[in-house]
Design a binder for this molecule. Structure first.
Ligand code: GLU
Length: 476
């Protein structure tokens, strides 16, 4: 493999799919049906800005409609192209199947550098793009539900939702046409942090399994583990923040567009993020060494490497030098198929993208359900739950008085126990449960089948199995 040409992102996804599917016993032709992208729509539209018409190119690709709506983000970046969007749409199919979010896979992209435009210009562009997609049902609560991705966020999703509503004034479910909206526009608590939170939950689950920790040549828990993260955008930032502040991992390296920061004693993730916001990069950040060629820091000694930026950053040219024994793919497709071969042979454990970054679409699923049910999670139960807990606390207080010094309630017990779960707690609980169950389904295959020696193949086997089952149920 090492002497061969580096596969493209889409080829990588196909190669990984083929490797898994060769171990399955699918009916003739079904493999091909699942692998191919059903349709990709390309649109070129003009928007009048700064006194002239600017033409933009956008895509929405639908990989699989075995379940509808189809789901997946919309990316704003100059590198967007049809192959990339199709690879990402395929990953969405497998991702949704793996975490049991009842969607097919889709993805969209607009070739644009969002930093070059003013907010009001981006609004015009986004509304026009949304109009082009919505009029073809490529944005639709029951057909195709976009979400944020690289270069987009809550703001763009609010514009898209509003645009769809303007075009469908009597659709009672209009707000469910897109997820990742701000909370005051139909969003859900915990969506912004969801993908990073999912990365944390994935690692927590990994570290609950001694056999898996051993497979990576690691010991103990997340506490004290040295972590290098590439990309301090929404996903990388939240993952690094939660791992360092809640699990006591040490973020030793942060790689950004303008170089990398390294500090063996640990970086303050909030401080680095604030620095990036203010200075448009990490350069000049005081409490760390700065490496102009950021990518070299991917090769530094560490326990866990978190690529949370672009695809293809770990490839055939640097895979051999990657020292991390455990890689968790917070980005989509950060390891090429060629690099995957090299790393597997080295014994590196890779927690694959379709699982590792599925937290975003999982919470999108909760948001979509919330929108369709027109009620916030917990609204009916919360106070009733508190009232029932109050009964227990009253009894314990009686016991407390009766037993005098011999026994008393632990401080904070009362407050913690009495508080009914709000929407954020419910979202986190649902996400945690999803990440645990999906991990267990992968590791079961990883450890029980002699012909499967990595989590990625296991993930493909589980998800392709689910997609195949739903095609079969449809009689295809
Ligand atoms: N863009 C995210 C992803 O790649 C989220 C998709 C969604 O929430 O639908 O998974």
């Amino acid at each position: 493999m090492t002497n061969l040409k580096e596969p493209s992102f889409r080829e990588s996804v196909d190669l990984m799919f083929n490797r898994a599917v060769a171990l399955m016993d699918l009916p003739p032709g079904l493999e091909e049906k699942i692998r191919v992208c059903n349709a990709t729509y390309t649109v070129r539209f003009g928007v009048r800005l700064r006194g002239q018409i600017h033409t933009f190119t956008g895509y929405r690709s639908v990989h699989s409609e075995h379940m509808e709506p189809v789901k997946g983000g919309i990316r704003y970046a100059m590198g967007v192209n049809q192959d990339e969007v199709e690879a990402l749409a395929a990953l969405m199919t497998y991702k949704c199947a793996l975490v049991e979010a009842p969607f097919g896979g889709s993805k969209g992209g607009l070739r644009i550098d969002p930093r070059e435009y003013e907010e009001h210009e981006l609004e015009l562009i986004t509304r026009r793009f949304a109009y082009e997609l919505a009029k073809r049902d490529l944005i639709h609560p029951s057909q195709n539900v976009p979400a944020p991705d690289m270069g987009t966020g809550e703001r763009e999703m609010a514009w898209i939702a509003d645009q769809y509503k303007r075009m469908n004034t009597t659709d009672i479910n209009a707000v469910a046409c897109v997820t990742g909206k701000p909370q005051n526009a139909g969003g859900i608590a915990g969506r912004v942090e969801a993908t990073g939170r999912g990365v944390q939950y994935a690692l927590q689950e990994f570290f609950r399994h001694p056999e898996d920790i051993k497979a990576a040549g690691l010991k103990g828990t997340l506490e004290g583990k040295r972590v290098i993260v590439q990309g301090l955008g929404n996903v990388g930032f939240h993952a690094a923040k939660f791992l360092s502040q809640e699990d006591d991992a040490i973020i030793t390296g942060i790689i950004e567009r303008d170089g990398a920061l390294f500090n063996p004693d640990g970086l303050d993730v909030d401080a680095v993020r604030a620095w990036i916001m203010k200075h448009d990069g990490v350069t000049g950040y005081p409490d760390a060494s700065h490496h102009a060629d950021g990518a070299t820091v991917l090769e530094e000694d560490c326990d866990i490497l978190i690529p949370a930026a672009l695809e293809g950053v770990i490839n055939m040219s640097n895979a051999k030098r990657i020292k991390a024994p455990l890689i968790i793919e917070a980005a989509n497709g950060p390891v090429t198929a060629g690099a995957d071969d090299i790393l597997r042979q080295k014994g590196t454990v890779i927690i694959p993208d379709m699982y590792a970054n599925a937290g975003g679409v999982t919470v999108s699923y909760f948001e979509w359900v919330k929108n369709l049910s027109h009620i916030r999670f917990g609204r009916m139960q919360r106070r009733q739950e508190e009232a029932r807990h109050q009964l227990v606390v009253d009894e314990l207080e009686r016991l407390d008085r009766y037993l005098g010094d011999a026994w008393s309630m632990t401080p904070q017990f009362k407050d913690k126990y009495l508080r009914g779960a709000d929407e954020l707690e419910l979202v986190r609980s649902g996400l945690d449960d999803t990440m645990r169950i999906a991990y267990q389904s992968m590791r079961e295959v990883w450890h029980s089948r002699k012909d499967v020696d990595d989590l990625r193949t296991a993930a493909y086997l589980v998800s392709i199995g689910k997609v195949a089952a739903s095609y079969r149920a449809k009689g295809l």
